[in-house]
Design a protein around this ligand. Structure first.
Ligand code: DQA
Length: 169
């Protein structure tokens, strides 16, 4: 199975960003550990980080075989049926996403996840419920298979383990 790990805005700064809240582990270290763990679980893992909402939305579409430049399947076309020839990725079975601040603002990311129908696990490094009130609401949580927050970088590992061993597809 192929799994996609998405990290949103400012998560590229993990390790140096507000270490009292987010710790000292870098995103690179998290991604490396996730790759190793995925192979041992027999999963293929794609990794993506962006600070741009639209890029995250495009990546979610791509995970379902849609490309913004291609028509949807079934549309009259001379070029193909909507599967993206550019990635060679094949469809993604589940997404693990830390949307960063877009968690609290983005109807667009919510709609992309719902529009593609790919099941997802929402991860936050910090315990968002112990922080400012504006972090208590997520546009994704009510549609997520699971929500993990406050476990630090281990949250990614827990999500991957859950997807690899326990998730029913
Ligand atoms: C975060 C929590 C968000 O509120 C914040 O905007 C982030 C990171 C976390 O991983 O704890 O950027 O998603």
């Amino acid at each position: 199975r192929r799994i996609l790990l998405i990290n949103g805005p400012n998560l590229n700064l993990l390790g140096t960003r507000e270490p009292q809240i987010y710790g000292s582990t870098t995103l690179h270290e998290i991604e490396q550990a996730a790759q190793t763990q995925a192979s041992s679980l027999g999963l293929r893992l794609s990794i993506f980080q962006s600070n741009h909402e639209g890029a995250i939305i495009d990546r979610i579409h791509q995970a379902a075989g849609f490309s913004p430049s291609l028509p949807p399947p079934g549309a009259a076309t001379t070029t193909g049926a909507g599967a993206d020839p550019g990635t060679g990725e094949g469809k993604v079975s589940a997404i693990i996403i830390n949307p960063g601040a877009y968690t609290h603002t983005s109807v667009g990311i919510r709609d992309a996840l719902l529009g593609t129908g790919i099941p997802f696990v929402e991860v936050h490094v910090s315990n968002v419920h112990a922080r400012e009130a504006f972090r208590h609401h997520s546009y994704l949580s009510d549609k997520a298979v699971a929500v993990i927050c406050g476990l630090g970088p281990f949250g990614y590992s827990a999500a991957l383990e859950f997807v690899g061993r326990h998730m029913k597809f």
